[in-house]
Design a protein around this ligand. Structure first.
Ligand SMILES: NC(=O)c1ccc[n+]([C@@H]2O[C@H](COP(=O)([O-])OP(=O)(O)OC[C@H]3O[C@@H](n4cnc5c(N)ncnc54)[C@H](O)[C@@H]3O)[C@@H](O)[C@H]2O)c1
Length: 431
């Protein structure tokens, strides 16, 4: 940590509760077990808990063998039972923070805090990790914990916020070697939060308050959201101007300072880009009465990318005197991110929906996304030369390594490549 001197390490083994065993909570729980803590992975989703308890994993970065080893160590329990929360030393909240009708939905955080409050003991530490607007830890979580426990935040228990930076599928930066920003509502809380995170990550970075820590996450995601929107809009103009935007981005990236490459795509998915910046703009509007114009503009550009993808396909088919209606269109990739099975808010779903509404026969291949996640109107296929050859058009939406793109280029009548992965050819167009 960089602000306070590191306190002496806490008890070698704390009793840790991780509320939520998803993309964020499960890797954290596994790491906490690895370093010797006793961990309860609490989740309200009983089927998820059942799978974990039988040694299965549904998060790419956590192998099933790691879950099995954690269970075998006797230091990991996956549970939906409130009894397991008793007597915790440290509780980390990693529950979802979606938008509902465009507004932050903090009900999952509320539920988790209410539950934890019933088991809060003096001296325990609670940390919120879910992405949310600045003020949530002190204005929402603290009062709920106090009301349910009869204890006082700061005086009787420690409270802090630490933004999650997990990047599913990233082979270089994982939970342990990505610096972790930490905060507390006071000095003692910060020290207690640091005590826990120093035991599980290589480096912690302390900031002075929970609001600053909450803003860190939103700043990081808004930065990416805005820059992705910038290159998406540029890609659309460059296409109309007959300029190769990909070549320009590649060349600009050779500048060793002052430029960071972002690449265009069919839209943004997951949680970080489509949702998190809206938490910030909602808060700014609510407290200051002002629009956060960069976020609104980025939302507008990125939200319309699936429409642009469909428009480019319509134009391509039109050149061949074909209509989308009745055409067989193959979508390559449904996940929002390469080499993952995460299809939350995926632009591929929006592209499929628009094509189906135009009357296309939509088929989709994605080796990572589970079958039951698919829109029933989309025919699920396995990528093969026959399927590619039989399609009127192929749209590459997610560039999973598992796809044989040379075969696709060789067999396809037409490919619209939104990721710039194929070699140029007369049958290939790029976003
Ligand atoms: N996935 C990412 O890459 C990522 C990265 C950074 C931050 N985040 C943030 O972390 C938070 C969690 O995201 P995630 O991707 O892990 O979500 P997720 O949906 O994968 O997992 C959340 C889990 O919490 C469980 N849950 C819901 N209510 C609960 C409750 N009251 N008590 C206990 N468990 C409960 C759900 O059943 C689910 O299993 C969100 O705020 C998200 O914005 C996610």
């Amino acid at each position: 940590m960089s602000r306070l001197d590191a306190p002496s390490p806490g008890p070698a083994s704390s009793r840790v509760v991780v509320m939520g065993q998803g993309y964020v909570g499960l890797p954290l729980a596994m790491r906490a077990v690895d370093v010797g803590h006793d961990v309860v992975g609490y989740d309200t989703d009983t089927s998820r808990v059942k799978r974990l308890a039988s040694g299965e994993s549904f998060v790419e970065d956590v192998p099933a063998a790691q879950v099995s080893a954690a269970l075998a160590s006797g230091r990991y329990v996956a549970s939906s039972s409130e009894d397991c929360l008793a007597d915790f030393d440290v509780a980390i909240i990693t529950v979802p923070t979606p938008l509902r009708d465009g507004n932050p939905d903090l009900s999952y955080i509320q539920d988790a805090a209410v539950l934890l409050a019933r088991h809060l003991k003096p001296g325990a530490t609670v940390v919120l990790e879910s992405t949310t607007y600045p003020g949530t830890t002190e204005e929402l979580v603290a009062p709920l914990l106090e009301a349910g426990s009869g204890l006082r935040a700061g005086a009787d228990f420690h409270l802090g916020y630490s933004p999650e930076r997990i990047d599913p599928g990233n082979p270089t930066y994982g939970f342990v070697n990505t610096p972790k920003v930490i905060s507390g509502i006071d000095e003692a809380s910060l020290a207690a939060v640091a005590d826990f995170y120093d035991s599980v990550v290589d480096r912690t970075v302390a900031v002075s308050g929970t609001r600053e820590a909450e803003l860190v996450k939103l700043l990081e995601n808004t930065f990416r959201h805005v820059n992705v929107a910038l290159v998406n809009e540029l890609a659309m103009f460059a296409s109309d101007l007959g300029i190769d935007v990909w070549e320009a981005i590649g060349a600009a990236s050779t500048k060793p300072f002052g430029f960071m490459p972002f690449t265009p795509g069919p839209g943004v998915g997951g949680h970080c880009l489509p949702i998190d910046p809206s938490y910030l703009s909602w808060r700014v509007k609510r407290l200051l009465g002002q629009p956060f114009r960069f976020v609104e503009l980025a939302n507008d550009v990125n939200d319309h990318m699936p429409d642009y993808v469909v428009r480019r396909l319509v134009v391509a088919l039109n050149r061949k005197r074909q209509a989308v209606n009745g055409s067989r269109i193959m979508l390559l990739g449904l996940a929002y991110k390469r080499n993952t099975g995460d299809d939350r808010e995926s632009p591929a779903i929006a592209v499929a929906d628009r094509l189906i509404r135009l009357g296309a026969d939509v088929r989709a291949a994605d080796p990572h996304v589970a079958d039951d996640h698919l829109d029933g109107r989309v025919t699920r296929i396995v990528l093969s030369a026959e399927e590619v050859a039989a399609a009127d058009a192929v749209i590459l939406l997610t560039d999973h390594d598992a796809f044989d793109l040379d075969m696709v280029a060789a067999q396809a009548r037409y490919v619209f490549d939104t990721r710039h992965r194929l070699a140029p050819g007369t049958n290939v167009e790029f976003l």
